[in-house]
Design a protein around this ligand. Structure first.
Ligand code: AMP
Ligand code: ZN
Ligand code: ZN
Length: 426
């Protein structure tokens, strides 16, 4: 035998053996994927952070549009005010407006407890005292069912002494495939240990929206990448024979509006910041905690200088339709810009200028919850949902009771109106 041929054939035998083993393992894995034939009514609650209601049309995600066609899609879902991640997610979970569940912003100061909250502060996020109301995972578990969460604000601590049986500490670096595959593995558990409500969370679309604006190719790419994750999830459910048996709810917390730093309002030049004890410099929702006796001075100074595209409110002065302003955690003074504008400091503005970022298009949310740009998403798919149905808009607060109906459990007191959302069910 020619030396070269021999080598080739040896290699090819090795390759064939390797290929055969891989195929064997794969086919074993597939056949080992047991069908689930004892599924109880189950809800899979998916959050795609910052997925604006019109991304279905402008970014054309294939799987999501397919699910919407075979299920229900709301024209849009009205988020709570402020249209921020923690307040809005916890509203979906509890059916309460932020005033009533206490998670009034991603950054907060509680005067009574002299404590600061920030969403990347582990100790704060895992301190149950910040989280009020009864989240859906507790309602479910109090009535004998099991909850699981691969991320959702509020699941990392025992609220009212209770936490989802399966949960994960938030880590943005965990890959989306691991999130999906873990969710599927929870469904593989024997019925007595299997959750009937499972949550999962994806941040990519929000991240891209902030970085490049809602209409950018980067945001489109993030939407398509998450669409692939939804496909992975659906394929996993199909393998288990339950793709049409699970009730899938795909939501988002809020939308996204484009802005440029050049249009920012430089607020620290409009009042004496020494009159404030504490300021949360958040672009869409700047909170000012005045020193004793200095509230009126700050209020008048800002009011006199603020341009037309921003407002200063005392806590109790927010427009009534916001249903916001009773909670003591809201700063005594809040400055909010209109859509497409952010509040900033001279230092931050100049840094953006030095770095050549003034005219770059970015994305922001947190604005008026009646804005078209802040509209959130709702898709329902599965045995309890209508098919090929577009529903009138409803609110994020309505989702809690909807889940209770599907899981056949009693809801806790909440701010939702079931009649606004009931048409999505068969
Ligand atoms: P926002 O500032 O409102 O745009 O918040 C979005 C960010 O919230 C995402 O990029 C995530 O990194 C972060 N986030 C989402 N869920 C959690 C969580 N459970 N714990 C900590 N951070 C979170
Ligand atoms: Zn968000
Ligand atoms: Zn965001």
């Amino acid at each position: 035998m020619n030396q070269q041929y021999k080598r080739y054939s040896q290699n090819s035998v090795t390759i064939n053996i390797a290929l055969f083993s891989i195929l064997l393992v794969l086919s074993l894995a597939v056949s080992a994927q047991r069908e689930i034939d004892d599924l109880k009514p189950t809800v899979l609650l998916i959050s795609i952070d910052g997925f604006r209601a019109d991304y279905f049309e402008i970014h054309k995600p294939f799987t999501l549009n397919e699910l919407a066609r075979n299920g229900v899609r709301a024209k849009w879902m009205k988020p709570p005010y402020p249209t921020k991640t923690f307040p809005a997610h916890y509203t979906i979970a509890t059916g309460l407006y932020p005033d009533n569940h206490g998670m009034v912003e991603n950054n907060m100061f509680d005067v009574e407890r002299n404590a600061v909250f920030g969403l990347s502060d582990r100790n704060a996020v895992q301190d149950p005292l910040w989280w009020g109301g009864e989240p859906i995972w507790n309602t479910v578990q109090k009535q004998g069912q099991i909850a699981a969460s691969f991320f959702w604000p509020g699941t990392e601590t025992a609220i009212g002494g209770m936490q989802p049986k399966y949960w994960k500490q938030y880590d943005g670096n965990v890959s989306n495939t691991e999130r999906v595959d873990t969710l599927l593995s929870w469904l593989d558990l024997p019925q007595a240990e299997r959750p009937t409500i499972l949550t999962i969370y994806f941040s990519d679309v929000d991240d891209a929206g902030h970085g490049f604006g809602p209409d950018s190719p980067e945001t489109k790419a993030a939407v398509i990448a998450i669409d692939q994750m939804i496909k992975r999830l659906m394929d996993g459910l199909s393998l288990r024979g339950i793709a049409d048996k699970v009730n899938i709810i795909i939501t988002s917390d809020h939308g996204m509006a484009p802005y440029r730093m050049r249009d920012a309002i430089v607020l620290d030049e409009m009042f004496d910041t020494n009159d404030a004890e504490r300021i949360f410099w958040v672009g869409e929702f700047t909170q000012i905690f005045p020193k004793p006796g200095r509230e009126d001075v700050i209020y008048r100074a800002i009011k006199a200088k603020l341009p037309k595209n921003a407002f200063i409110y005392r806590r109790h002065e927010f427009p009534r339709r916001f249903k916001f302003g009773k909670n003591k955690r809201i700063a005594p003074l809040v400055v909010i810009p209109t859509e497409g504008t952010v509040i900033t400091t001279r230092q931050r503005f100049e840094r953006a200028e030095r770095e050549g970022r003034l005219d770059a298009v970015r994305g922001a949310h947190g604005y008026d919850n009646d804005l078209v740009s802040m509209r959130a998403t709702f898709v329902g798919h599965g045995p309890r949902f209508k098919r090929n149905f577009i529903s009138e808009p409803f609110e994020s607060v309505d989702v809690y009771e909807l889940i209770c109906r599907i899981l056949e459990i009693r809801p806790s007191k909440n701010d939702g109106k079931f009649k606004r959302i009931r048409s999505v069910l068969r």
